[in-house]
Design a protein around this ligand. Structure first.
Ligand code: PLP
Length: 286
């Protein structure tokens, strides 16, 4: 076998930590498809095994935290990694283990998809896990990609913790810009809040940094409900960062790619539609 030399084209490797989804709609399988579709080599660490169909998640088994760290360290010590993406993490212990691993690689861009529920609403993360995410992962995050519900939950619980120290008075719910400010205050350099759960004919996704809004992109609202759209967006972002785009450009390209996967979505079973991460491979069939 001949050894690779300097003339061998290098494929950027992206490391994803995620739960497996046997339907191929979300989780690790979604990440692998999106990363490969965008020209990256997917490295994958299993954080949990789920039992689910295209309707919803029935159960999940978190992977032992030490096993998660060992899987990651083995590939990180072998293969240069251009970006890291985090999805469903499974347990507080896993969050702590992953936070420790990624802290050894501060120069690798980190994309955090704060997975909390399945599309049907089945819980995939506890409040303790979210607290660990806020304290241990946000300070290391390049960009977090919550939908508007996740952004409110992450930011408002942080506010509740602060309020408990100051006053018993309940406060009005936070606007999305305030949520972004909170998440940036916790250490994430950028926040991309997706707006599919908000009202309106268009879906508005907004990218923020410490100075405020970086860009706001409007997308035609597509009918139907999709399984794996958040995983697709976050993986696409990691792929674009791995290919050298800056964060704003990566966010724009990742949204455009995700929109195309949703327009080409298919329904393999009796539940939700699945984004077609390989839509381009089927275009010649039309
Ligand atoms: N990861 C796993 C393993 C899942 O099962 C799910 C949803 O069911 C998700 C992530 C989140 O999926 P989505 O991209 O639809 O937010």
């Amino acid at each position: 076998m001949s050894a690779p030399d300097a003339s061998t084209p290098s494929i950027p490797a992206v490391l994803t930590f995620a739960g497996t989804d046997p339907t191929g709609g979300a989780g690790l399988q979604a990440d692998i498809l999106a990363l490969a579709s965008l020209g990256c080599h997917p490295l994958s660490v299993v954080t949990a095994v789920t039992v689910q169909d295209s309707v919803g998640v029935v159960d999940y088994l978190p992977m032992d935290a030490e096993w998660i760290a060992d899987q990651a360290r083995a590939v990180l010590e072998d293969i240069p990694v251009a970006a890291i993406k985090l999805g469903m993490l499974g347990s507080v212990e896993a969050v702590a283990a992953i936070a420790e691993v990624v802290s050894d690689y501060p120069d690798i861009p980190l994309v955090l998809d704060p997975v909390m529920t399945s599309g049907r609403g089945d819980a995939l993360a506890s409040e303790d896990l979210l607290a660990a995410m806020r304290g241990l992962l946000l300070p290391q995050t390049t960009i977090i990609t919550p939908n508007s519900l996740e952004a409110r939950r992450l930011a408002e619980n942080q506010k509740d913790e602060e309020d408990d120290l100051e006053t018993e008075e309940p406060e009005a719910s936070l606007g999305l810009q305030d949520c972004a400010r909170q998440l940036i205050g916790l250490g994430s350099a950028y926040v991309l809040i997706t707006g599919a759960h908000e009202q309106g004919n268009q879906v508005i996704n907004t990218l923020y940094n410490v100075r405020g809004v970086v860009h706001r992109l409007h997308w035609e609202r597509l009918p139907g409900s999709y399984h794996g759209s958040g995983c697709t967006l976050a993986s696409a972002l990691a792929a674009c960062l791995a290919r050298g785009r800056d964060v704003a450009e990566a966010a724009r390209e990742a949204q455009d790619y995700t929109y195309q996967t949703l327009r080409a979505a298919f329904r393999p079973g009796m539940g939700q539609f699945i984004p077609d991460r390989l839509f381009w491979a089927r275009e010649s069939d039309d």
